[in-house]
Each structure stands twice: as structure tokens, then as C-alpha cells.
Design a protein around this ligand. Sequence first.
Ligand SMILES: [Zn+2]
Ligand SMILES: [Zn+2]
Length: 156
Amino acid sequence: MPASNKPRATEPTSGEKTYKGNCFCGAVQFTVTGEPAAMGYCHCESCRTWSAGPVNAFTLWKPESVNITHGADNIGGYSKTPNSHRQWCKKCGGHLFTDHPGMGLIDVYAAVIPEFPHQAGVHVHYQETKLPMKDGLPKMKDLPEEMGGSGVSVAE
Ligand SMILES: [Zn+2]
Ligand SMILES: [Zn+2]
């Protein structure tokens, strides 16, 4: 099993743009810095049942781009599979991230970084969709090949 990605505990030093995020109650605060590796919507059953929502707007970041600034002790986690370590605030239950150690990336939910301009480039796990979205973006049956999937596209 790959080692977990640990968000770093130090401030970024680059001149890249930083966006603040927090959980539902504000006990956990963090920043993301720079550009995400990918952005889109995930329609998989795991995201739906965990979030209790029809789709998850994701932004995938290198671990060094995610910086916990307050309340790291309040972060709880659950791993149903070794590939997804889901993390939330233990005070309010608000969701924060899903760490994907196999990809070397952390999914920071677009909903918890409200000022970050989420621009979806792809829909993933679209074969499982409960909320079809006819927006002209690519629809992957599961995942792109570079993310360990089949790379097969499906119709909207
Ligand atoms: Zn909270
Ligand atoms: Zn998903």
C-alpha cells in the first residue's frame, strides 16, 4: 500500500496564488496554493454515498500544495479502500479532502474552497451517474488512463 500523502504544516514560500478553505464550522482551516493537477466532477457511488450528494466537484492537488493552517487535530479519516483516505472535521462532520495515495494527489472538494475558480475539465465515473450533465465536457466511463482507469469515453 502506498504511503499516505501528508499535507505539510509550513507556509508556502512561492509567489503562487493561495486560496483559503475551511470546514463547515471553521475549526479546520487550510490553504491550497498554485494550480491543481486536474478539476472536474466525480459521479461514482463512493463519492455520492459519502457526500450524500449527487456528484462531487473535485480539485486534485499535489500534497505540497495543501497546507493545514488551523485545527489539524480535528481532522478525522476513513478509508473504505486503500486508494481513498476520506477526511472530515470531527467537530462538525464537514468534509474536507480525499487523499489518493496511489495517484499522489489530494482531492480538495471545490465546495470547501469557495474562492477558488473551479473550472471542470472532465467528468469521471460517468457510467455511474445519477445526475447527467450535458455541458459538452469529456465524460469518462471510469477514469482517464493516467489516473489508472480504462480511458474510455461515454456519451453524455
Ligand atoms: Zn468543522
Ligand atoms: Zn468519486
